[in-house]
Design a protein around this ligand. Structure first.
Ligand SMILES: [Zn+2]
Length: 167
């Protein structure tokens, strides 16, 4: 059987990365914006990945995104990285796949920042399938997540594996 494999990192548009929360410096609830800077801290056992947010008055708030097992025994690891602005995910050229006889598409969701419904995401990313067509295929069990049938409104998580059986 011919298959294709993709790895996607899901990020909401930079401009949408606004969170309303209490700022202890401002003393009230304000919008915080994602600076797209990420920081990794380690306590020796785990590495913590944070997103750095700022309010309009430049006060900082760190949102914990993920925890990983530490791969070194360094007590204090402090790494800062800046993420590229939103890189468009590729669109899947369905017609080409069909012409080449590809029967199965696998998409590994490497990381997710934000909320992504599977039906909406696939309709946006697959050329030639409307949202209704995607929903129909999910209901028929031709689109699975982690080998299981899901609802069209399923919200994707990091490490999910989407399997699409072409019909
Ligand atoms: Zn503030």
């Amino acid at each position: 059987m011919l298959k294709t494999w993709h790895t996607w990192i899901l990020k909401e548009n930079n401009l949408d990365r606004e969170v309303l929360r209490y700022c202890s410096n401002c003393g009230h609830i304000v919008p915080f914006f994602d600076t797209m800077v990420r920081r990794h801290n380690s306590n020796g056992k785990n590495v913590y990945r944070f997103a750095i947010y700022k309010c309009v008055k430049n006060h900082t708030w760190n949102e914990k995104l993920a925890t990983y097992k530490a791969y070194t025994d360094h007590r204090e690891v402090l790494v800062t990285e800046t993420i590229e602005p939103q890189i468009e995910l590729p669109r899947l050229p369905l017609q080409q796949y069909q012409e080449h006889g590809i029967q199965e598409i696998t998409i590994l969701i490497e990381n997710v920042e934000g909320r992504f419904r599977i039906d909406k995401l696939l309709a946006e990313r697959i050329d030639g399938w409307s949202r209704n067509q995607v929903i129909h295929r999910i209901k028929e069990g031709h689109i699975l997540v982690n080998q299981q049938q899901i609802k069209p409104g399923y919200t994707l998580n990091a490490q999910d594996i989407i399997l699409i059986h072409m019909q």
